[in-house]
Write a protein that binds this ligand. Sequence first.
Ligand code: GCO
Ligand code: MG
Length: 402
Amino acid sequence: MKIVSAEVVVTSPGRNFVTLRITTDEGLTGLGDATLNGRELAVVSYLRDHVAPLLLGRDPHRIEDTWQYLYRGAYWRRGPVTMAAIAAVDMALWDIKGKAAGLPLYQLLGGASREKVATYGHASGRDIPELLDSVREKLALGYPAIRVQTGVPGLKAVYGVGGAEAGTGPDGHPRPLVEDWDTAAYLRHLPGVVEAVRAEFGAELPLLHDAHHRLTPLQAARLGKDLEPYRMFWLEDCTPAENQEALKLVRQHTTTPLAIGEVFNSLHDYQYLLTNQLIDYVRSAVTHFGGVTPLRRLFDLAGQYQIKSAIHGPEDISPVGMAAGIHLDLAIHNFGIQEYSGYTETTHRVFRHAYTFTDGHLHPGEAPGLGVELDEELAAAHPYDPAYLPVNRLQDGTVHDW
Ligand code: GCO
Ligand code: MG
């Protein structure tokens, strides 16, 4: 079998998604997700201009060889653009292999290790009553675990809650939303919020919180200690992920479990954290980590330290990347939890998928390969829509981590 085409489709059925479609001379097609929120077209160019021409004529069955050829062959390694592009190729080739074998991807990865995949959903509110309502809504959908994000008194918009007007630049191009931030106010406010959620919903509900890289190691250590009475499922991205040694200080001070990794794109980013046992959950998505092939390796290494998976699954991973993650979740031994925040109805129609979400649990379904088909016409009816992720500023205007 030979690859005869590799095309990139950009569509925005609610938000932008980048999809690679590889076609073989036997008429099989494979899809891969290459979405990098806010920098989508950089990956489109990487794929169209530099990767697609190299794929023509190659044997799609040679996944490992193609991965190494693109990774080592580029010489310039790692980085979100490169790894999202390689991820899309890797996913599309696994999709083709599954279709050729007539088996869903999870069967090629060793078969099911569990019946279904537990997820967590996002609850958020500007204040505590609004947050409690949001938790109730997520529980009604069956979510077995809930991430809680809340507004902070005195701040207009923070991660996960609210949003200021983005506006446009002189050329009409959109500008990022601007959010505001005050770490001291946040640290004073959050423990009381979690206490209120616990008081309302009881001790058993697994609760998560995302600090979105905003704290110093000492602030994160303080927060971890303050949250200990509420037995969090995890505290996510407490410090900027670039400095992995920071987690050492946090770890020395708190038993609140730690999750990190959505901005990592290679096994090397985790090496220090895993071998020093500084985290409890690894958060990478198939889409940003170079594909199924390397993410499987990450989970196997993490498993040696009793560290579990927690695949990144926000609405800016396309259903193709989501499907790839769900197959891994079902197959690996050290599954922890899967993030799932759902999609717009149009997104579900553009990416028709075999995976299901029932009572807060996902299952990849039994369709061969990834089990996702792209509706090209509908995709074309929702063209690329330039947009950025928000930026964050302190009260005096200084840019802060978003
Ligand atoms: C999460 C993440 C996302 C990211 C988003 C950036 O835990 O789901 O933090 O919400 O902010 O994916 O594009
Ligand atoms: Mg996060």
